[in-house]
Design a protein around this ligand. Sequence first.
Ligand code: GLN
Length: 454
Amino acid sequence: DAYLSAIEAANPAFNAYVSVTPEKARAMAKASDERLAAGKAGALEGIPLGIKDLFATEGDHTQACSHILDGFKPRYESTVSQNLWNDGAVQLGKLNMDEFAMGSSNETSYYGPVVNPWRATGSDEKLVPGGSSGGSAAAVAAHLCAGATATDTGGSIRQPAAFTGTVGIKPTYGRCSRWGIAAFASSLDQAGPIARDVRDCAIMLKSMASTDPKDTTSVDLPVPDYEASLGQSVKGMKIGIPKEYRVDGMPAEVETLWQQGIAWLKDAGAEIVDISLPHTKYALPAYYIVAPAEASSNLARYDGVRYGLRVDGRDIADMYEKTRAAGFGKEVKRRIMIGTYVLSAGYYDAYYIRAQKVRTLIKRDFEQAFHAGVDAILTPATPSSAFAIGDKELAADPVKMYLNDIFTVTVNMAGLPGLSVPAGLDSKGLPLGLQLIGKPFEEETLFNTAHVIE
Ligand code: GLN
């Protein structure tokens, strides 16, 4: 009830929820009370959570914040959300996001932008919460849920976490089932939690992760007790600092924060080593070929026949065209066009195959660093703090917007786990995050190391 009232009072200002589910919340909370009374509490018993609108939740608004899914209410539940309910968590509602998770500012949602609960010191200017999981991050930061589900294809958990002073982890590809999550780029998409601190994130991920016969890319590995490994010494751990992440135009404050993070880990006994990830500079262009290619294929299913919106036409082809023209927003259309182009005969080898080769090289860079004994890699999470909603420069140039993902996309391209932890405020009083990148399926190392920084 406290969370539902907080949402009622604050959501008009932040627009973090696109749908609140009070009846479900109360019924789930009541069932939790009964289990608690019977001494049968789950790991998340009674904990109120928000769910990103990309996850199917049975009978509820599930539209990936797109117009094309108008009125769609699935009859099934995503594996990740079901796992949370199996552990006793309570659903508050569905969270705003960039349309089909395409964006870095939560400004592409059909339901309008999310407002970051943070403001620069002495300013009333409204800032973005980052994207695409902007609703998840803002809701957690504003205490409108105790934790939230999110997804990350190129940074959509870590960048909004960094912009809102929250903790977010993109687990290793395959750690969480993608079943019941609207697909953006299937070889890059992963679900993960956004929460207020590292411990909450660790607890949530343990519930979210599972092997799932309905997603053949989910791995058959036991899920460790991430919380139990928190607080272990980082003494003797090797932390890699990649020189390629020192990019042109990065504010000095971001560099200072990075140095601060290095100092904290050194003080805690970790060994700091300089490393090189030479193909980093190709990650962003390769990502913006691979991700739109997969998106153009995944989004072919929204045709006015199977789900959501239908705009009638003269014949079926005309109906498809009118539905897709009216149903998709500008950024989604841009991705579909880029993706269709790079997959088309004549361009496939030059763009798509080439990007896949670059992807292998990026993966190999990381493998070499880990092979040389590095346990985790420390970088900034984003090249800046949160920017203004409606920033003219970014709106006019999509490539500038894509630069937000410069430190995060490499991790998805390599399938590795990446975590963003708040590490301080910049001179405007806005949160900045540091990113930890780990070996496949070693999320514990990231939680434990982040716990030293937070
Ligand atoms: N900002 C990136 C994009 O727009 C990443 C999005 C995401 O991780 N879902 O593609």
